[in-house]
Design a protein around this ligand. Structure first.
Ligand SMILES: Cc1cc2nc3c(=O)[nH]c(=O)nc-3n(C[C@H](O)[C@H](O)[C@H](O)COP(=O)(O)O)c2cc1C
Length: 178
């Protein structure tokens, strides 16, 4: 399983929630922190079709390749101004090369999305959810569950919230299903 985290915070709630869900699932995992990638944003050069190539060869290219070989995913992100943080969005945009290739991987893939935000209103999740769903869809990853955790400004809040943990456990079990 591949876990993609997007928070720059040390005691990130979204990352902690992802690791909790992964631990509960019992599935072996690797974690990639989007903030550590050395990558360029998509140049919209329109040179990617039809061979799935990209004018850049960097960490984003390597992660896109890794995603093509994986089957199970957790994408965890905080909500920033109703979307995902800029580095994550920059990586999602680089998936334009996957979109342009038009090739769908044969492997059955699935993933869960974990989002945290400070606000209590669910409507602020919409942008980030739609961005990650679209990133999953282009990589042929079925979204098995979306766990949205509110009031998550204080580091450590996710793991202290028993209702949140139960929701993460429920989503984690979906990753185990055949
Ligand atoms: C730049 C920035 C923008 C944010 N924008 C929003 C927002 O639009 N809505 C919201 O509810 N919380 C917003 N927040 C709060 C974070 O989403 C919240 O603290 C989140 O739980 C942090 O997750 P993390 O602990 O994984 O970093 C923002 C925080 C930052 C730093």
């Amino acid at each position: 399983m591949l876990i993609i985290t997007a928070s720059p915070r040390k005691n990130s709630n979204s990352s902690a929630a992802a690791l909790y869900a992964a631990g509960f699932s019992g599935i072996k995992y690797e974690t990639i922190d989007i903030n550590r990638l050395k990558m360029r944003p998509c140049a919209a050069c329109v040179k990617c079709p039809p061979d799935n190539g990209c004018i850049y060869d960097d960490d984003a290219s390597r992660l896109i390749k890794k995603i093509s070989l994986e089957k199970i995913f957790i994408a965890a992100s905080p909500v920033y101004f109703t979307g995902v943080p800029a580095p994550f969005k920059a990586f999602i945009d680089r998936n334009q090369t996957v979109w342009c290739s038009g090739r769908k991987p044969k492997k059955k893939k699935k993933g869960i999305i974990i989002l945290t935000q400070g606000h209590t209103k669910l409507k602020y999740f919409r942008g980030a959810e739609s961005e990650i769903r679209s990133f999953f869809a282009v990589n042929n990853i079925r979204t098995a569950a979306v766990v949205k955790l509110t009031s998550m400004d204080v580091p450590g809040a996710a793991l202290k919230n028993s209702a949140a943990l139960r929701r993460l456990e429920k989503a984690a079990l979906l990753l185990r299903e055949k």
